[in-house]
Design a protein around this ligand. Structure first.
Ligand code: SF4
Ligand code: SF4
Length: 397
């Protein structure tokens, strides 16, 4: 170990330089007060000491760069890939230090070394090859829409609807894309999809450190959007929302994204749609980190639910809005199988179930998939639905 410490001391200046170059400059603002540690969901899981301070991060990268012990290496890589990008820490840090960005730059170094989790390597490869993380054929990307006669987008339409990957291919989650399309038709909105020309927004692989493949994928989308004259993009996933609003402009793509909860609340306010069928259930709303903390969208999903007759809206005491606990799927973690007893979704489901709700409402495909899998694994009898699915059920005709 003494020998290893010497190697780390030698390597640290290089590691520091590489981290800063790849975007971790915030690490040097941190004065190690520890506030972030108290809100990181991994501390609630209770099995893990998270890397929030700059010196441990450099030391871990030093160890990775110098270690020949494969088991030890895997443990250190695992630490860097634990961060789910929930930004609970950013929300609480007095200096606004962006720990997920620091870790993303560490991940970029690991991806450059080829030292990152095998499951994520496979996801990155699939996105590069066929534009989605599931490895499904590009030709079937728009199949979910066939039975609804959804048209292909053209410049004379008001909106491009961009469901992204999981709602396009997953049987259960494609019901969100279908409900969204049916609500748009109900409100008389002119919209279309890109179908086979749509690729993953790339958010998860960027946060996993695969910057090059993110750039290729994002540029393919930007080109497709530009060629067909897209202006406004309706998205089901808050992950697409932040990527289109904050990251595509850096690559020359300026489009106006709207999350389904924002757009559907506007339609209700403008009287274009009116929830009038009673939905007599107790519903608890889970704030997705990327829609709430990262995009400031807290009211619209709640307003939609409150506008539905008969629906009783519940909240999780102390862990709601900006204090919501992550489902555990962000930054590529959806594809990493954490050991039982180390899953933050188990804790979140317990908080949601303890409200006495019959239905958990979400507004993110990752949360939906994570919670569906978790309630099955925990054998809990509760329904998980997207806000759009509930809204669609409450529209008659
Ligand atoms: S809250 Fe901010 S300043 Fe305090 S330890 Fe965390 S990152 Fe550093
Ligand atoms: S983004 Fe979330 S998981 Fe990552 S360090 Fe911050 S609080 Fe922890």
């Amino acid at each position: 170990m003494a020998n290893k410490k010497n190697i780390v001391a030698e390597i640290n200046p290089e590691i520091r330089e590489a981290l800063v170059e790849m975007g971790a400059v915030d690490a040097y603002k941190c004065y190690q007060c520890g506030k972030c540690a108290s809100v990181c969901p991994w501390f609630q899981v209770g099995t893990y000491e998270f890397l929030v301070f700059r010196f441990p991060l450099e030391t871990v990268l030093g160890l990775i760069a110098s270690s020949e012990d494969k088991e030890e290496l895997a443990k250190e890589v695992d630490k860097i890939y634990r961060c789910v990008g929930c930004e609970a820490c950013v929300d609480q840090c007095p200096l606004g230090v962006k720990i997920p960005d620091i870790l993303r730059s560490a991940r970029r170094i690991l991806v450059d070394f080829g030292s990152y989790p095998e499951t994520l390597k496979s996801v990155v490869q699939k996105i590069r090859n066929v534009g989605n993380p599931l490895g499904e054929p590009r030709e079937t990307r728009g199949d979910w829409a066939k039975e609804l006669n959804v048209e292909t987008y053209s410049a004379d339409k008001e909106l491009l609807y961009f469901p992204c990957c999981i709602p396009s291919y997953d049987d259960r989650i494609s019901r969100v894309a279908k409900a969204t399309s049916l609500i748009l038709k109900h409100g008389g909105v002119s919209f279309g999809i890109l179908g086979t020309r749509e690729s993953c927004c790339g958010e998860a692989i960027r946060r996993a450190g695969a910057e090059t493949v993110f750039n290729e994928t994002a540029k393919a989308n930007i080109q497709a959007f530009t060629e067909v004259g897209v202006k406004q993009i309706l998205v089901s996933s808050p992950h697409c929302y932040v990527t289109f609003s904050k990251e595509y402009p850096e690559l020359g793509g300026s489009f106006e994204p709207l999350h389904t909860t924002q757009y559907f609340w506007q339609l209700i306010e403008n009287g274009k749609i009116r929830p009038n069928k009673s939905y007599e259930k107790k519903v608890v709303y889970h704030d997705p980190c990327t829609l709430g903390r990262q995009s400031g969208v807290y009211e619209e999903p709640r307003n939609i639910l409150k506008s539905i007759p008969g629906l009783e809206l519940l909240e999780v005491d102390d862990f709601s809005r900006n204090l919501s606990l992550c489902c555990g799927a962000g930054s590529g973690a959806l594809w990493i199988d954490w050991p039982k007893g180390e899953r933050m979704a188990d804790i979140r489901i317990k908080q949601l179930v303890d409200t006495g709700a019959e239905v958990i409402a979400v507004a993110c495909p990752y949360c939906l998939q994570m919670f569906e899998e978790t309630v099955k694994a925990m054998n809990i009898d509760i329904t998980v639905m997207d806000v759009c699915e509930i809204l669609h059920e409450s529209l008659s005709g």
